[in-house]
Structures are given as structure tokens and as C-alpha cells.
Design a binder for this molecule. Structure first.
Ligand code: NAP
Length: 326
């Protein structure tokens, strides 16, 4: 069994909780089956994961919390404090008066006193109300970056979020937060992998002291009707994997780690969970890095993809919400 100690940790700026393990397990799945999610988290804890990513949107907060409580009962972990939990504020709640109540609801779902990291899920604010996905274009509203961030800081001040950050933010969005922040964001969780390397954003975040977390590190979840997977089917990565005696997934995750970025990877298979965490006792060569840098770039997640194609944006431009600037 891999031990949690085998995973390096990252100290986060303005985080007053435990340091963050350098790889985490993602819990987004479609459709969400709570028992499957719970069992997968327990399997992940068994093979050494101590860092979990959830969101109000995913419906996985409750099974994740149940799995952690069960792991404590079974003695798999000593206490809740041993795990690092991230959750996210959904767009219908990106309004100053809804931030704190939303985190309280997340904590209720998790049955926890605090999250280690609370993120604004997207630079998109939607009309308050039930979650509709994809969202209606007419529900998009101007984002009150200053007001929402002030309330994120309040969550931090109250000790309900040990650290606070953002997700899918570009440098332009981050500039708006930084202009208003007393507590700057500790993290930006974005799509990042060998096929979407985010060089400019990485340079910007390094300069500002914001740690990057890579979501969709293996090219993302397989959705009904989604075509192929640019990471897992990448020939350059396949060649390197063969030469190193590793899987393509391991090469992608190791490359991310060697960029100083921490991957959040989803698998509900115990075998693949174990494979994905075994990336810390070997290295890619300089030649591997040169080859990976030349891979043609392709993004999967876009602001446009968050909205249904019908209807019109009435009070905000799609370009103001876009996640990428490259
Ligand atoms: N902030 C955001 O907007 C955002 C967006 C997307 C994702 N996320 C977070 O990031 C997490 C990870 O991203 P993701 O789920 O989109 O994509 P991902 O981790 O890149 O890929 C997950 C897919 O890869 C498969 N897989 C996992 N390990 C594998 C391996 N070793 N070999 C072959 N296939 C493997 C999984 O299937 P099996 O389960 O069958 O192994 C699953 O279909 C999510 O769960 C979520 O927590 C955040």
C-alpha cells in the first residue's frame, strides 16, 4: 500500500491549514452515483490519497464527507485533519450575500467544520436560483469581483475556509481580484495538461505567488458523445511512456508535477488510482520535456461550453467570462 508520506506537499500562501498534498483525487462524475463515489474515495484513501477535490455543482460533497468519516472510523486515517478538502462556490451563488451561506451548505454536506480550500468555481456569475447545466445565456450577470472576494475573505477570517482561491480565472480576472484583495488567492485551479500547457498563465501566477492546480490533467472526463481524448491518445506521450515503462497517464501527471503544478485526477478504479499516484520516484528527461513542449495545443473547457446555444447574453459579454487568453 502506498503511504500518504510518499506524496510531497505544497505550502500554500495565506493558507493556515495543513500543507497540500501535491496530487489530489477529483470527484466529478456524470451521472453522480453517491455509493460509487464514496467507495472510490475510500479506495483512494487506502492507496495513499489525502487530497480531494469536490464542488457544490458535482453533488459529490456528501459522499466524500461520508467516506472521510468512514475512513476515520476504520482507522484508515487518524482524523479529518489528515485530509485536504477543496470545494467550490457555484456560479448561481457568486453574489456577495450568497457566499457565506453557500459555504455553510457545503460544510453541512461534507459534515465538516471547515474546508482546506474554497474556490470560486468560474469567473461567471449567474442569476440566483436552481442549478441548470448548461446554463441559460440570459441568466449570465456581471461578476461583482470585489464584493464576492470580500465575502470569500470573510469565510477565511471565520476559519470556515483555511485558504481561499479561484478556478478557471485568466490573468485579467485575477487582476480584478488582486486589486480588491486583502487576502490574495492562494490557488487558481485550471485546465492544464501536456495538450493545454497554459504557459502564459503559469508565468503570471508564478509572479503573483498563486499556486496552480491542474484539473482535467488526463484530458478530462468522458462525456456521453465526447470525441476522443487528446492526452490519452497523444502519440508523443505514448512514445515517452513506452520508453520509460510508464503509462501515458503517469507521463502526463509527472510532467504536470515537474512544472510545479499539482494535478487533480479523477479515477474511480482502484488500480488506476494507484497507478496515478505512483509518479514521485522517477523523472522525465530533458529530451522528454522538449518533445512535450512541442505538442500542438488544444483546450477542452470554454465559457461558451457552459451555456446552452439558445438565447442571448443580455447583461454581460461572453468574452468577459472566457477562461483562456492564449
Ligand atoms: N474547476 C473546474 O472547473 C473543473 C473542471 C473539470 C474537472 N475538475 C476537477 O478535476 C478533476 C479531474 O478532472 P476530470 O475528471 O475532468 O478529468 P481527468 O482527471 O483528466 O480524466 C478523468 C478520466 O480519465 C480516466 N482515467 C483516470 N486515470 C486513468 C489512467 N491511469 N488511465 C486511463 N484512464 C484514466 C477516468 O476514468 P476512470 O474513472 O474509469 O479511471 C476518467 O474518465 C475532476 O474530478 C474535478 O474534481 C474541475
Amino acid at each position: 500500500m502506498a503511504s500518504a508520506a510518499a506524496v510531497p506537499e505544497v505550502a500554500l500562501r495565506s493558507g493556515n491549514g495543513r500543507p497540500m498534498p501535491a496530487i489530489g483525487m477529483g470527484t466529478a462524475s456524470c451521472p453522480i452515483v453517491p455509493e460509487t463515489t464514496r467507495d472510490a474515495v475510500l479506495a483512494a484513501l487506502e492507496v495513499g490519497y489525502r487530497h480531494f477535490d469536490t464542488a457544490y455543482l458535482y453533488g459529490s460533497e456528501q459522499p466524500l464527507g461520508e467516506a472521510v468519516a468512514e475512513a476515520v472510523r476504520r482507522g484508515l486515517v487518524v482524523a479529518r485533519e489528515e485530509v485536504f478538502i477543496t470545494s467550490k462556490l457555484w456560479s448561481t451563488r457568486c453574489h456577495p450575500h450568497l457566499v457565506l451561506p453557500s459555504l455553510r451548505e457545503t460544510l453541512q454536506n461534507l459534515q465538516m467544520e471547515y474546508v482546506d480550500m474554497y474556490l470560486i468555481h468560474l469567473p461567471i456569475s449567474l442569476k440566483p436560483g436552481p442549478t441548470v447545466f448548461p446554463a441559460k445565456r440570459e441568466d449570465a450577470m456581471p461578476f461583482d469581483f470585489e464584493g464576492v472576494w470580500r465575502e470569500m475573505e470573510e469565510c477565511h477570517r471565520l476559519g470556515l475556509a483555511k485558504a481561499i482561491g479561484v478556478s478557471n480565472f485568466t490573468a485579467t480576472h485575477l487582476d480584478k481580484i488582486l486589486a480588491a484583495a486583502t487576502v490574495p488567492p492562494a490557488m487558481n485551479q485550471v485546465e492544464l495538461n501536456p495538450v493545454w500547457q497554459q504557459r502564459k498563465l503559469r508565468a503570471y501566477c508564478a509572479e503573483k505567488g498563486i499556486h496552480i492546480i491542474a484539473h482535467s490533467p488526463l484530458g478530462g472526463l468522458k462525456w456521453p458523445g465526447s470525441e476522443g481524448n487528446a492526452v490519452l491518445e497523444c502519440e508523443v506521450l505514448a512514445e515517452i511512456a513506452k520508453a520509460r515503462g510508464k503509462s501515458i497517464a503517469q507521463v502526463a501527471l509527472r510532467w504536470i508535477y515537474e512544472q510545479g503544478v499539482s494535478p487533480i485526477v479523477k479515477s474511480f478504479s482502484k488500480e488506476r488510482l494507484k497507478q496515478n499516484i505512483e509518479i514521485f520516484d522517477w523523472e522525465l528527461t530533458e529530451d522528454d520535456h522538449i518533445k512535450i513542449e512541442q505538442i500542438p495545443q488544444k483546450v477542452v473547457n470554454t465559457a461558451k461550453g457552459m451555456f446552452s446555444p439558445e438565447g442571448e447574453f443580455t447583461s454581460v459579454n461572453l468574452s468577459d467570462m472566457e477562461f483562456f487568453e492564449e
